[in-house]
Design a protein around this ligand. Structure first.
Ligand SMILES: Nc1ncnc2c1ncn2[C@@H]1O[C@H](COP(=O)(O)OP(=O)(O)O)[C@@H](O)[C@H]1O
Ligand SMILES: [Mg+2]
Length: 270
């Protein structure tokens, strides 16, 4: 499966702007272990990290380093053993299920490797679903702007099975952005896409940060994909080991060599 993506055009790289932006998401002293005794795996060890609003951050690291666990804890999809997660000024760790579900619906957008569209709904219905579940009427001007930007006008009445992988992921991007969430979490969003579709999705994520002020946190193991971000946070063995600003694909590869002595092969499971 081709995982390399074309380099980000200069004009699309790196949001300019103030050095110090308000954090959209802050994790403080996160610990998460699975299992117990001999079989215990400590997936996160005292992770503290903040993600500034209106920035695009990539999370990288070897398979098993805790990337998905961190993202799930940040998004309130997994519980933590210790530490706090703050989303847009609300501490979500320790919240009850009902409040957490509402917070996720109102403040978080998700993009998954497997697209996760509802198969019985059209592209348009999928895009509008989170807003309609929230009981809010999506802003029609905003929705049509997203649809135009993602070039989905001709695909709105199609079901997911009638769409290519790239088109499905563009629908998932539109769905994530529709409610203008505080933050979008993307776990390997280009992991199932060919080079061209990957480039389209990454350029759109970049644009949604630059033009719409969206905050994005993306897990990837592709250095070319990470180069679209403003910053790359590297995890190894449940800890943050590097933090790189204005990454280029080469700098990402060098950094990974530095602490890992190997670079994940294209297509390697993360
Ligand atoms: N539900 C789980 N039960 C047991 N161990 C888990 C679970 N989820 C993750 N782990 C373990 O935690 C570590 C980190 O996993 P994960 O966050 O999925 O890493 P990554 O996304 O970087 O590949 C790994 O050793 C993995 O096996
Ligand atoms: Mg993972």
């Amino acid at each position: 499966m081709p995982l390399s993506t074309p380099p980000a055009p200069q004009s699309l790289q790196h949001a300019p702007g103030p050095q110090h932006r308000r954090p959209a998401v802050t994790a403080t002293g996160l610990w998460r272990a699975y299992g117990s005794g001999e079989a215990q795996v400590v997936a996160l060890r005292d992770v503290s990290v903040a993600f500034a609003a209106g920035r695009f951050t990539a999370i990288m690291g070897p398979s098993g380093s805790g990337k998905s666990t961190l993202m799930h804890c940040l998004a309130g999809l997994d519980t933590t053993d210790r530490g706090t997660v703050d989303i847009g000024g609300t501490i979500i760790t320790g919240m009850g299920d009902k409040a957490l579900t509402k917070l996720r619906r109102d403040k978080i957008g998700f993009i998954f490797q497997q697209f996760n569209l509802l198969p019985t709904l059209t592209a348009e219905e999928n895009i509008l679903l989170p807003a309609s579940i929230a009981g809010a009427k999506a802003d029609p001007a905003w929705i049509s702007q997203i649809i135009r930007t993602l070039d989905l006008q001709e695909r709105l009445t199609h079901k997911p099975t009638e769409l290519s992988g790239g088109q499905q992921q563009r629908v998932a991007c539109a769905r994530a952005l529709a409610t203008r969430p505080e933050v979008i979490f993307a776990d390997e969003p280009t992991g199932n896409l060919d080079t061209r579709s990957s480039g389209e999705v990454l350029r759109f994520l970049r644009k949604s940060v630059d033009d719409f002020g969206q905050t994005i946190v993306m897990v990837t193991h592709d250095p070319s994909a990470a180069a679209y971000a403003d910053r790359v946070v590297f995890l190894a063995d449940g800890q943050i080991v590097r933090d790189l600003d204005r990454p280029t694909a080469d700098a990402v590869i060098d950094t990974m060599r530095g602490f890992e002595n190997r670079v994940p092969l294209a297509g390697e499971a993360a």
